[in-house]
Design a binder for this molecule. Structure first.
Ligand code: SF4
Length: 431
């Protein structure tokens, strides 16, 4: 590509056009900035384009090189599929009175040679959430079979009717296809109040959570009943506590402890993982003693001052989440962070330094570079960030960390026990 792609705009009726008088650029923190040509990749399959109402795109005039607004229509951004990490946000100016954008990611997008382009990198080889891999017939058959096999299991009913058939959750769809990672939601409550919570949004907010929170507390029997057969029969099996349709699983640590012990009485196969806010290291210790294999702790930052105004924790501190990682590491378990990537915040020099410290102090094994599904202006406004400081670029940051921590793994999904104990770079598609 010998020049950046052209800026995209929409006519407000869902039709998208390129503006050949403007090159597309990116956003980092609060700033619109030019993006190197080699940072753009074709929009991956499964990606989508969004028009951003009441927002004007910012581009670079192809003649003058000046930055200016596109007055032809609304700004456009891309929602990039899992396994890809966005390196720049869409650049736009928000007009007064604009509604808060829903909980999706808004990556920079453009048009070049009859194709859509985005600023992103493929960070994960694993194909478990590739849209082309989901077979609707197999999913429907799986839902039918498992609903009749587990007539009285409320959790299987929830996974079928809500997660799979309503929210189209990729983890639930994989479960009903009998493969890979199987979800185990367990907690109706949470001890954090994340601004961008995807399972609960307070009445006073104008946006909605993308799924409703679980309304019941499953029993260990309900959990064990469907997870043991999955671990026994699925390829590269993982059962994962802590899903988008619940609160915080550690609040259910007693039931999870009982479940893990019972599961391991029946099978040694696969990995038992927990996706968590990491708020209770004591509970994590109990789960490790029961047989937990891996933990993924979610965070928007390696800095307490950025973490706390976002998570708004009840009765726990940022230090507790670091302690939870250290506990699992001390048991020889796999430790990941579910790292919400926000260009301009994640790649600030201050964040980079803090992340280096976190990796060293916790013995972290893996960073899952996840796109932050949140309205950028709303997020920065809510956590009170007016200035993000000097930035090094997301790709540059990844390269520096790879160099300094050669054993540290990058990805997007929880690895199977085969990857944890064996060839981490294995390719699911061809093995
Ligand atoms: S920790 Fe999870 S469930 Fe709890 S508020 Fe945050 S996003 Fe929501």
């Amino acid at each position: 590509m010998n020049h950046p792609p052209y800026l995209l705009y929409s006519d407000g009726e869902g039709n998208i056009f390129e503006d050949v008088s403007l090159y597309a650029c990116g956003r980092s923190g609060w700033d619109a900035i030019p993006v190197e040509n080699d940072e753009w990749i074709e929009l991956p399959e499964g990606g989508q384009l969004y028009e951003l109402p009441q927002r004007r795109g910012i581009g670079i005039d192809v003649k003058t090189g000046e930055m200016r607004l596109c007055e032809k229509g609304w700004a456009v951004a891309a929602f990039i599929p899992p396994a890809f990490t966005g390196t720049y946000l869409a650049a736009y100016e928000t007009l007064p009175g604009a509604e808060t954008l829903p909980l999706f990611c808004y990556t920079a997008a453009g048009w070049h040679n009859e194709k859509f382009y985005v600023t992103a990198v493929r960070i994960e080889k694993d194909i478990r959430q590739e849209s082309a891999g989901f077979d609707e017939e197999k999913i429907e058959a799986g839902v039918k079979d498992l609903l009749s096999a587990y007539k009285h299991n409320r959790l299987v009913q929830h996974l079928a009717n809500n997660c799979c058939l309503t929210y189209h959750c990729p983890a639930a769809r994989n479960f009903f296809m009998g493969r890979w990672e199987c979800p185990v939601p367990s907690s109706p409550a949470c001890n954090a109040n994340c601004i961008g919570c995807i399972s609960f949004q307070p009445q006073e907010e104008s946006i909605f959570s993308t799924q409703d929170r679980l309304m019941f507390k499953p029993t260990a029997e309900e959990i064990v009943e469907y997870t043991v057969p999955h671990l026994e029969s699925a390829p590269y099996p993982i059962v994962s506590f802590g899903q988008g349709c619940e609160g915080e699983p550690l609040l259910m640590w007693k039931t999870i402890e009982e479940s893990i012990k019972e599961i391991r009485k029946h099978t040694q196969k696969g990995s038992i993982n927990i996706n968590t806010n990491g708020s209770d290291p004591e509970a994590v210790k109990v789960l490790c003693e029961a047989g937990l294999n891996s933990i993924r702790v979610s965070t928007n930052s390696a800095r307490e001052k950025i973490y706390t105004p976002y998570y708004r924790p009840n009765n726990y501190q940022f230090e507790d989440i670091l302690e939870s990682l250290k506990v699992v590491n001390s048991f020889g378990g796999w430790t990941s962070i579910n790292y919400f990537v926000f260009p301009g915040m994640t790649d600030s020099v201050e964040e980079y330094e803090a992340l280096r410290e976190l990796i060293k102090s916790t013995g972290l094994k893996m960073i899952q570079w996840r796109n932050f599904n949140i309205d950028p202006d709303w997020y920065l406004g809510k956590i009170g960030v007016t200035e993000t400081g000097e930035c090094i670029g997301i790709r540059q940051m990844m390269d520096l960390l790879r160099e300094e921590f050669p054993d540290l793994k990058f990805g997007y999904f929880n690895p199977s026990i085969e990857r944890i104990n064996g060839n981490f770079e294995m390719d699911y598609a061809h093995s």
